[in-house]
Design a protein around this ligand. Structure first.
Ligand SMILES: Cc1cc2nc3c(=O)[nH]c(=O)nc-3n(C[C@H](O)[C@H](O)[C@H](O)COP(=O)(O)O)c2cc1C
Length: 356
C-alpha cells in the first residue's frame, strides 16, 4: 500500500502494533470527545486563497525560540517509543535531525538522554518535564539537559493526575511491568513508572513554584497544556518564554475545547509577548496552515510520529515529516503565501469560526 498521507500511516500502524499498544497510543480520556474534536475542529475551518501572485518560490522555514527549523512542524513529547520500535527515541531523534526540526523528548522516554543525543548530536532538542516533588531530581534533570545541549524546558501543566483511559484499564495495561523506565538522568537512576501511574506526578506544582524552576535554569521555559486566556495571561506574567496550546491529545480532561479552537483565545491574550505553539489533531498541510493563520508559531505532532515509527522506524518518521512538509508547501503555494511571515488571519473565513 502506498503511504501518501498521515492517515495512511495510521491504518498501517494499527496492523503492525499489538492491540494493547495501539490502544495506548490512540486512546483519549473518558468518552474521547476532545480527542476526536481535535481533528474535527480543523475541518470546520475554511480558507480564503489569494491568486495572481508569483508563487514560483515558496519558503516554509521559520524559527522557534530563535532557532531555525526547516518548517513549522515539530515533534511533540510522547512516552516510550521503545514499545513501538526497538531503538525507540533514538530513531525518532535521527529522523528529526534529518528533517531539521525540533524533537521534544518526553520525561518518559525509553532511551537515556545521553543515547538520544549521541545518535543525533546536531538535532534541535527540547526536554519535556513532569515536575517532580523532589527538587533534587528536578535540578539534576535540568543540569543534565543543559549539559547535553537541550535548548528549552517544556513543562507539562495538564497532568496533576492522569486522565481515565478506558481501553488501557480494560487491557490491564501495566507499563511498569512491561518496561522499567529510567527517569532520564535521576541521580539514583530510579525506576519510575510510565504516565499510566499517577503517583509520580506532582499534583502540588503550581504557579508559585515556577520561579523556583526559573532560578535553577537559564533555559527558556515553555508551558505545555494551556487552554484559557486566564492561564495564558498568568504565563506571560510569570515570564515564561512560550506556550504550547494543547489538551494532551485529548488524553487528560475530556470535553475541553479542541486545541485549534483554544488557540485563538490564547493568542489573543498573549498579545505577541511570547511565542505560542499548538499540538493536537494536526494531520494535513492545511491544518498546519490554519494553525499558523490563527497565530501559532509552529505545530507539534504527537500520534502521527508514532504511526511512522510503528510502520518503518526512523524512515517512517522521516516520511511522515516529509509528507506533511510537502503538503504544507502545497497549501502555502495554493493559498498565495510565499513565506511563513505572510500567513495571517485573513486566510481564514471568519464566519466559519465561531470564536473570532
Ligand atoms: C502515546 C502518547 C504518549 C504521550 N506522552 C506524553 C508525555 O510523556 N508528555 C507530554 O507532555 N505529553 C505526552 N503526550 C501528549 C502529546 O505530547 C501531544 O500533546 C498530543 O499527542 C498531540 O495530539 P496528537 O496526537 O493529535 O498530535 C502523549 C500522547 C500520546 C498519544
Amino acid at each position: 500500500m502506498s503511504l501518501v498521507c498521515l492517515t495512511d500511516f495510521q491504518v498501517l500502524a494499527r496492523q503492525k502494533l499489538s492491540k494493547i499498544i495501539w490502544d495506548f497510543i490512540e486512546g483519549g480520556a473518558d468518552e474521547e470527545i476532545t480527542r476526536d474534536d481535535n481533528v474535527a475542529a480543523f475541518k470546520r475551518i475554511r480558507l480564503r486563497p489569494r491568486y495572481l501572485r508569483d508563487m514560483s518560490e515558496v519558503d516554509i522555514r521559520t524559527t522557534i525560540q530563535g532557532e531555525e527549523i526547516s518548517a513549522p512542524i515539530c515533534i511533540a513529547p510522547t512516552a516510550m517509543h521503545c514499545y513501538i520500535w526497538p531503538d525507540g527515541e533514538m530513531s525518532t531523534a535521527r529522523a528529526a535531525q534529518a528533517a531539521n526540526i525540533c524533537f521534544i523528548t518526553s520525561t518518559f522516554a525509553s532511551c537515556t538522554l545521553e543515547d538520544i543525543v549521541a545518535t543525533a548530536p546536531r538535532g534541535l532538542r527540547w526536554l519535556q518535564l513532569y515536575v517532580q516533588l523532589d527538587w533534587e531530581i528536578n535540578k539534576y534533570i535540568v543540569r543534565r539537559a543543559e549539559s547535553l545541549g537541550f535548548k528549552a524546558l517544556v513543562i507539562t501543566v495538564d497532568v496533576p493526575i492522569t486522565g481515565k483511559r478506558r481501553n488501557d484499564m480494560r487491557n490491564h495495561l501495566d507499563l511498569q511491568k512491561k518496561m522499567k523506565i529510567k527517569y532520564p538522568g535521576s541521580p539514583e537512576e530510579k525506576n519510575f513508572t510510565s504516565e499510566a501511574q499517577p503517583t509520580h506526578f506532582n499534583a502540588s506544582f503550581c504557579w508559585d513554584h515556577l520561579s523556583r524552576m526559573q532560578s535553577i535554569t537559564k533555559l527558556p521555559i515553555i508551558l505545555k497544556g494551556i487552554l484559557t486566556k486566564e492561564d495564558a495571561e498568568l504565563a506571560v506574567k510569570h515570564k515564561v518564554q512560550g506556550i504550547i496550546v494543547s489538551n494532551h491529545g485529548g488524553r487528560q480532561l475530556d470535553e475541553v475545547p479542541s486545541s485549534i479552537d483554544a488557540l485563538v483565545e490564547v493568542v489573543t491574550a498573549v498579545k505577541g509577548k511570547i511565542e505560542v505553539y499548538m499540538d493536537g489533531g494536526v494531520r494535513t498541510g492545511n491544518d498546519v496552515l490554519k494553525a499558523l493563520a490563527l497565530g501559532a508559531k509552529c505545530i507539534f505532532l504527537g500520534r502521527p510520529v508514532l504511526w511512522g515509527l510503528a510502520c518503518k522506524g526512523e524512515h517512517g518518521v522521516e516520511e511522515v515529516l516529509n509528507i506533511l512538509k510537502t503538503e504544507f508547501h502545497s497549501s502555502m503555494t495554493l493559498i498565495g503565501c510565499r513565506s511563513v511571515a505572510e500567513i495571517n488571519r485573513d486566510l481564514i473565513q471568519l464566519s466559519k469560526l465561531s470564536l473570532l
